[in-house]
Ligand binder design. Structure first.
Ligand SMILES: [Zn+2]
Length: 240
C-alpha cells in the first residue's frame, strides 16, 4: 500500500502532462485560496470597524485596483486590527493595511503608495510561485484537478504562512516600482511610497516599528534610492 500513492500521483502527473502547465494554479483556484487565507487572517487578527478609515481605504484601493492588470479580481481592502505598521496582500485581491499603518501615514499619497504596492503583489501573482513551490506535487495535482475544500484550505494556510513569515522579498523592487506607477495613474503623487519608506527608514530606532523594518528586505535605504530614480523618470524631474 505504501508504494501505491506515489505511483498513482506519477500516473496523474503523466496524464496531465499533455495539458499546458498542468501544475499551475488557475485563476479561480488562486482566488479561492486567497479568500480562504483572508478568512484565516481575519479570524486571527480581527478587522477594525472604522467607517471613515474604511471609506478612505476603499476609495484609494478601488483606484489602485482599476489601474492594475487584474481589475476584475474580487478586490477587497480592509483594516487589520494590529498596531504594527504593516500591509499585506493575499492572492486574488485581498489587501490589508494595519491600524498601525493607517495611523502612521501622513497623507493619502503615502497610503495610496503602500496600497498600490500590495495591489502589485496580487496582480503580478507573487504568491502563486511560492504556493506552487511549497506544496508537494501530489497535493497540487489534487488541487488543480479536484479543488476539494480540504486542499484549498491547506493551500490557503501555506499562502498565509508565506506572506506573514516572509513576505514577497524578492519582489519588493518590482512592487515598489509598479505600485508607484499605479498610485500615480490613480491621481496621487508619484513619491507617496517613497515618502513612506523614507520615513520608516528614519524611524527604525523605534522598537514598536522594528518588526516591519526587519521583515523588509531588501533594505529600505536601497528601496528609497531606487524609487528616487523611478519617481524622477515618472515625473520628468531629475533622476534619469
Ligand atoms: Zn511588498
Amino acid at each position: 500500500m505504501r508504494g501505491l500513492l506515489p505511483l498513482l500521483v506519477l500516473i496523474a502527473v503523466a496524464l496531465l502532462a499533455g495539458c499546458e502547465n498542468p501544475l499551475e494554479l488557475d485563476r479561480d483556484t488562486e482566488i479561492a485560496i486567497g479568500r480562504d487565507a483572508a478568512a484565516q487572517l481575519e479570524a486571527k487578527y480581527g478587522v477594525v470597524d472604522d467607517a471613515a478609515g474604511q471609506r478612505r481605504l476603499d476609495y484609494i484601493g478601488a483606484r489602485a485596483a482599476a489601474a492594475s492588470q487584474e481589475p476584475s479580481f474580487p478586490w477587497s481592502f480592509k483594516i487589520l486590527d494590529s498596531k504594527e505598521i504593516n500591509a499585506l496582500a493575499l492572492p486574488g485581491g485581498f489587501v490589508y493595511v494595519t491600524r498601525g499603518m493607517l495611523d502612521y501615514v501622513e497623507n493619502d499619497d503615502q497610503l495610496a503608495g503602500v496600497v498600490a504596492h500590495e495591489v502589485v503583489h496580487v496582480d503580478h501573482h507573487h504568491a502563486k510561485a511560492g504556493i506552487e513551490k511549497a506544496m508537494t506535487q501530489s497535493l497540487l495535482v489534487e488541487l488543480v484537478t479536484r479543488k476539494s475544500s480540504r486542499t484549498i484550505k491547506q493551500a490557503a494556510g501555506i499562502a498565509l504562512e508565506l506572506e506573514l513569515r516572509e513576505g514577497y522579498r524578492d519582489k519588493e523592487y518590482e512592487s515598489d516600482q509598479f505600485g508607484t506607477l499605479y498610485a500615480f495613474r490613480s491621481g496621487y503623487r508619484a513619491d507617496g511610497l517613497r515618502q513612506l519608506l523614507s520615513r520608516l527608514h528614519e524611524d527604525k530606532g523605534d522598537p514598536a516599528r522594528i518588526t516591519w523594518i526587519l521583515q523588509s528586505h531588501p533594505p529600505l535605504s536601497k528601496r528609497v534610492q531606487r524609487l528616487d530614480e523611478y519617481v524622477g523618470e515618472l515625473t520628468g524631474t531629475g533622476g534619469g
